[in-house]
Design a protein around this ligand. Structure first.
Ligand code: NAD
Length: 292
């Protein structure tokens, strides 16, 4: 396929490289990026998408997505598919889908889980919203860049799945960290607590696969001085999107809201920025009950 790829940052560059390595013809644009192996650099977004069967975007947020969409939609060939893999708000995803449809294009919102390691290894999970036809066309590309692609529903459903998943993750990580911090103060050995929780009803991905205690469980950012991994500010971005979505449909999400408040303090007024989101453990362990 002929592919236009816009946004060659930490995630986009390895994804585009994997598509090119699989034999696709990839033209890429990013105002800030260095060259990517196998990807033909374009001088602008419109040039990158000219003649492409599928255009993939991997951008920081919904506002930038909308401005890029306004440039590329008129430059895309009729019937081509615009597939946004960024994590953005559900409303922006639906707006871009409507603009693409009005221009005679197909579209998908297909955010990913798996992080930079998954992008490099081609093991991302894609959660997609859009038509069956668009999903069927892009699926072979998802199979190159990832190991699993779930068609979640119509436009916006991929972003909805992403923020629901990450709202669970944020709240669960806080709960996991506060339990291990409590255990420490109760003189309960962290390894023993891990042995119990990881095989009991309190288990979750946060404990079993990503334990926030150094030296306990499989290797995780806790074993690397809490260097990300998944940075606290990216967790905060996704939690904020979950709360924006919840507000827009009047959904009660008290745990998601509290997790958002905790990560906001951690990132904006404490030392959380640039640290892994599991560094919520040393933060909580250092505090007393009425630390605010
Ligand atoms: P990044 O900041 O490394 O990359 C974004 C790229 O977009 C940058 O290189 C930037 O120059 C480029 N860009 C900005 N404006 C542009 C424009 N107008 N035209 C073309 N390119 C433009 O971010 P990232 O870590 O690659 O994340 C990309 C998206 O993936 C985000 O929405 C993020 O939430 C999501 N995501 C990231 C991770 C992760 O672990 N990094 C995991 C899952 C999802």
């Amino acid at each position: 396929m002929k592919i236009g790829f816009i946004g060659l940052g930490n995630m986009g560059a390895p994804m585009a490289r994997n598509l090119a390595a699989a034999g696709h013809e990839v033209s890429g644009f990013d105002p800030a990026a260095a060259d990517v192996d196998g990807v033909t650099p374009a001088t602008g977004a419109a040039e990158a998408v000219a003649g492409a069967d599928v255009v993939i975007t991997m951008l920081p947020n919904g506002q930038i997505l909308k401005s890029v969409a306004a440039q590329v939609i008129p430059a895309m060939k009729p019937g081509a598919i615009l597939c946004d893999c960024s994590t953005v708000d559900v409303d922006s995803a639906r707006e871009v889908a409507a603009q693409a449809a009005a221009a005679g294009l197909g579209s998908l919102d297909a955010p990913v889980s798996g992080g930079i390691g998954g992008a490099a290894a081609g093991t991302l999970t894609f959660m997609a919203g859009g038509s069956d036809d668009a999903f069927a066309t892009v699926r072979p590309l998802f199979e190159i860049m990832g190991q699993k692609a779930v068609h979640c529903g119509e436009a916006g459903a991929g972003q909805a799945a992403k923020i629901c998943n990450n709202m669970i993750l944020g709240a669960t990580m806080v709960a996991t960290c506060e339990a291990f911090a409590l255990a420490q103060k109760l003189d309960l050995d962290a390894q023993k607590l891990f042995d119990v929780v990881s095989t009991s009803s309190g288990s979750s991905w946060s404990t079993n696969a990503y334990c926030p205690v150094p030296g306990v469980g499989p290797k995780s950012p806790a074993d690397n001085g809490y260097r990300p991994g998944f940075a606290a500010e990216l967790m905060l971005k996704d939690l904020r999107l979950s709360q924006q979505a919840a507000t827009s449909v009047d959904a009660d999400t008290p745990m998601g809201q509290l997790a958002t408040e905790l990560y906001t303090s951690f990132v904006e007024t404490e030392d959380g920025r640039g640290r892994d989101f599991s560094a919520m453990l040393p933060r909580l362990a250092a505090r007393g009950r009425n630390a605010g």
